[in-house]
Design a protein. Sequence first.
Length: 80
Amino acid sequence: MTNSVSQNKKLGKTINDPLSYSSRNEYRNRRRQEMKKRLGVLHYRRERLERELEAIKAALFSLDQQMSRDAAYEQLSICD
């Protein structure tokens, strides 16, 4: 323990140094803000992708129905 205290003193640091506490606190706050921003961006992208996926599902469903109708029409046309 004495070695770490003497090493901190050599580096100009003390355990109760308010400046180092302040800078650590600022770092944590900045990091937290960056994470919140990233989280917001990811939520936005997820919502956008979910809407796009729903549109694709609707298009696939519509295309499937159209293909079924076309196949039924071809069957009726062949029977004539």
